[in-house]
Design a protein around this ligand. Structure first.
Ligand code: GDP
Length: 233
């Protein structure tokens, strides 16, 4: 997709504020400082649109960027930031889960740092997305920090740690060099075109049906596991 326009459409802090206009939604998630804002900016070809964080974990909102008037990039707050008080994490977890389980994204892009093994929280997130049937793909950020020779084993090891099938390892990407960005765009384009017809805009007396689990969700990666797991705050 050639990005001709993008803007921050809305920042959402509760389920009632979520957009209901039916555009495809691509959600970006990963631990604080993983390079999420930098990657979003790189994909959109805009500097500083998604704010690179000086204070990880501070922003407690879902940011919806409307791209080409046709799909949303949804910037979820980084997780795993210990300074956020536990009750806030609990409250936040409930909101994020209700977003993901409800209308949810058409694709969740999970970011993990190429230089570090995935954390238990990363694994928990991927397991959770799989169990909830949310289509997802995993990328290894900051790939420019590793040599070509280091990248393949790093990707294989991260894939194994996250329980991905061996033929679908995480995609190395770099916000600095742009490596992997065209391949990630292809995955995003595919996810956008799978959602052919927009959902009808609900009337004002809508009973919240758009937040119920959506049967269209199908995991892109691995087989189902029992849906008993829940994300930790
Ligand atoms: P966020 O907290 O996940 O949004 O992470 P940021 O996008 O703010 O990035 C965190 C730090 O990693 C910043 O210092 C970025 O400059 C750096 N960074 C992000 N992406 C890359 C990348 O692809 N390559 C390199 N070398 N550094 C990166």
């Amino acid at each position: 997709m050639i990005v001709t326009s993008c803007c921050l459409k809305t920042s959402v802090q509760s389920a009632g504020q979520l957009p209901r206009d039916g555009f495809p939604q691509i959600a970006f998630m990963g631990r604080s400082n993983v390079g999420k804002s930098s990657l979003i900016n790189r994909l959109l070809g805009r500097k500083g649109l998604a704010r690179t964080s000086k204070t990880p974990g501070r922003t407690r909102a879902l940011h919806f960027f409307l791209v080409n008037g046709r799909c949303y990039f949804v910037d979820l707050p980084g997780y795993g930031y210990a300074k956020v008080p536990r009750p806030m994490r609990e409250e936040w977890k409930g909101f994020v889960e209700s977003y993901l389980e409800g209308r949810g994204p058409d694709l969740a892009v999970v970011l993990t740092d190429a230089r570090r093994p995935p954390t238990p929280l990363d694994r928990e997130l991927v397991d959770w997305l799989r169990a909830a049937g949310v289509p997802h793909t995993v990328v290894l950020t900051k790939a420019d920090k590793l040599s070509r020779r280091e990248l393949l084993p790093a990707s294989r090891q991260a894939g194994a740690a996250l329980g991905l099938p061996s033929d679908l390892p995480p995609l190395p990407v770099s916000a600095v060099s742009g490596d992997g960005v065209p391949a990630l765009w292809r995955t995003i384009d595919d996810a956008c075109s799978r959602r052919r017809s927009p959902e009808p805009v609900p009337s004002s007396d809508d009973d919240g049906a758009s937040h119920r689990p959506n049967p269209r969700h199908q995991a892109l990666t691995t087989p189902e596991i029992p849906a008993s797991r829940r994300m930790r705050p």
